[in-house]
Design a binder for this molecule. Structure first.
Ligand code: C2E
Ligand code: CA
Ligand code: CA
Length: 553
């Protein structure tokens, strides 16, 4: 025994003393044998933002991100300690508010003499700053820290350089299948080992071609060779298996190949198309690297063309607005119209809003579309007003529009310029909108200000999301539109019938105006009327029509 060490140990140093010192510097928490938290110290509370009362009884897993990666790491740690072993490594955790922070973590099991787990103590040091610094450095250095491959940022530069030099190449996206659930991969060391060996296989097979690591288990190779060569990588992997702890790992990969310039012409489009191709492969069972199917190809190209042409279409006034009436049951007449955008292009044909709106949300043109539809609608409502008609118009709005903190002013300005009273305009929002609005105070605030000015909000597609009812309490909504999905099976499914009746009752008990959309037949109309619906919309009343087709009485 090393006598020097013995001397350095004061006789009085006992376990409680060690813990006391550790507690000064470490975040400490302990769980019982089920993983429920039974003890935490102040350092832990400070970083994790939990309060002692709330955290007790929560589980280890709730301290990790809800993502696959986060939960799998928690499982891996738990597996190690329940086998009586200590776990040591880096981990990502989350605070009570689900904000990520990074730690170096030691998990120490405490066992009974018969090997039964009693408790697990977690000692953690926050290294968030270090992780962020490393990320920043990586960004600057363009090198993936673990493998030495190009980083995602460098990949983009490399692709752009290749494009500038007019090189022809395959953009190959490759991911290791089921990475997070791979057996034998229970420690951070073996995970690193695998990534290192996999990188080595890529380098040997693709030789001098640029290779990037763009995610934990995701890689991109740029190669002048075609599909047949790339697919050879699968056989190469089989012939050169990766060994972890002396046993060959049964490893498979999935991936997608996109050609420049034949298939796609920018970095973003190459990446997107490669991901779509990979998803196709995975949907068909994975374990392949394949090119995009021609159907998907056409879809992507169409999307890219829409993206490109939309701005010109807006500037040349090629978009139109059509209006669909809404029939009020009590008044026995049409009391309002919903504005729906339309676009027909010589080359692309008819582009439905369901296709158009997501693209516009992505490229930001949704702001211009929204303004255009609102302006048209406000002009029309003003004209009707002057003719003595009390008709209002409902306009659909995207949450992306409201993410602009000046949305409220933009709307007020349009109403002012067109001379349209706020009470003549309603805004329809979707579940997606409502979910985001709940999270961003500035959106709710703008909605409330608009409501104070007289604009009403309707919750569209009601019943399709899981939180429909909650929104009625948290957001300023005065009207719901039961989704056409329910109306479609109203007469054929008794469950749907009960559901719709319930929605109508609930809506009315909350003082809301309840509308059914997608009403196509007289039977549906009569049944809804009997259930007490306030208004209906759908082909039974009328399809959407252009403004000059509307006949007023
Ligand atoms: P939405 O707001 O739920 O609009 C109703 C959709 O159902 C419209 O499709 C309408 O044409 C269709 N429809 C109307 N009556 C019937 C019927 O009896 N049966 C059936 N099967 N369908 C019916 P459209 O015009 O294709 O619009 C699709 C979606 O695109 C809209 O759904 C709305 O969410 C969005 N959208 C349309 N215009 C705009 C816009 O200007 N801005 C924004 N942000 N979104 C818009
Ligand atoms: Ca709508
Ligand atoms: Ca709807």
């Amino acid at each position: 025994m090393n006598s020097q060490n013995e001397q350095l140990m004061p006789d009085s140093l006992e376990l409680p003393d060690i813990m006391k010192s550790l507690e000064q510097f470490y975040m400490v928490n302990r769980t019982d044998s089920d993983g429920s938290i039974t003890y935490i110290n102040k350092n832990f509370l400070d970083t994790s933002k939990w309060t002692p009362k709330r955290i007790l009884g929560k589980t280890l897993w709730q301290m990790f991100p809800e993502t696959d990666a986060g939960q799998n790491q928690a499982h891996a740690i738990w597996n190690t300690v329940t086998n009586g072993k200590t776990w040591f490594g880096n981990a990502e955790k989350i605070t009570r508010l689900a904000e990520p922070y990074f730690v170096t973590l030691i998990a120490i099991p405490s066992m009974q003499s018969d090997g039964k787990l009693i408790s697990v103590t977690f000692l953690e040091l926050d290294n968030t700053d270090e992780v962020h610094l490393r990320e920043q450095l990586q960004e600057i250095a363009f090198i993936d820290y673990e493998t030495g491959l190009m980083s995602r940022y460098k990949l983009e530069t490399a692709v752009n350089e290749a494009i500038a030099e007019d090189k022809h190449f395959s953009f190959v996206y490759i991911m290791i299948d089921h990475f997070y659930t791979l057996k034998d991969l229970q420690s951070p060391e073996s995970e690193k080992e695998l990534i290192k060996s996999f990188t080595n296989r890529l380098k040997r097979f693709f030789q001098d071609n640029p290779i990037a690591r763009i995610g934990v288990n995701e890689f991109v190779v740029l190669t002048p060779f075609g599909d047949w060569y790339v697919q050879g990588f699968l056989q190469f992997l089989e012939q050169q298996p990766i060994y972890i702890d002396n046993s060959a790992l049964p490893l498979s990969v999935s991936g997608g190949i996109v050609r420049y310039p034949e298939d796609q012409s920018t970095y973003n489009h190459l990446m997107k198309a490669a991901l779509v191709a990979t998803k196709e492969v995975i949907d068909h069972g994975g374990k392949k690297i394949a090119s995009l199917s021609s159907a998907s190809h056409q879809g992507l190209n169409r999307r890219a063309i829409i993206d490109r042409k939309l701005l010109t279409a807006l500037n040349h006034n090629n978009l139109q607005v059509v209006y669909q009436p809404q029939f009020d049951v009590a008044a026995n007449k049409i009391n309002m119209y919903e504005a729906l955008v339309r676009w027909e292009d010589a080359e692309l044909g008819y582009i439905s809003p369901d296709e158009l709106i997501p693209i516009a949300e992505e490229n930001g043109l949704i702001h211009d579309i929204g303004a255009f539809v609102l302006e048209e609608s406000a002009n029309l409502a003003t004209k009707w007003n002057a003719e003595g008609q009390t008709l209002s118009i409902a306009v659909n709005s995207s949450v992306r529009e409201f993410k602009n903190s000046h949305m409220k002013e933009k709307i007020s300005k349009i109403l002012e310029e067109t001379g349209c009273p706020a009470s003549s305009i309603q805004l329809e929002i979707t579940e997606k909108f409502a979910l985001q609005a709940e999270e961003e105070q500035s959106i709710i605030l703008q909605m409330k200000e608009l409501q104070d000015e007289g604009i009403q909000f309707a919750l569209d597609d009601f019943g399709t999301g899981y939180a429909s009812f909650r929104f009625l309490q948290s957001l300023p909504i005065s009207k719901i539109k039961i989704d056409k999905l329910f109306i479609r099976s109203l007469l054929t499914h008794s469950k749907t019938q009960q559901l719709v009746e319930g929605m109508i009752k609930l809506g009315k008990s909350l003082g809301l105006y309840v509308v059914a959309e997608g009403v196509e037949t007289e039977e549906q109309f009569e049944l809804l009327k009997a259930m007490g619906i306030d208004a209906v919309q759908g082909y039974y009343i009328s399809a959407p029509i252009s403004a000059d087709m509307i006949v007023l009485d």
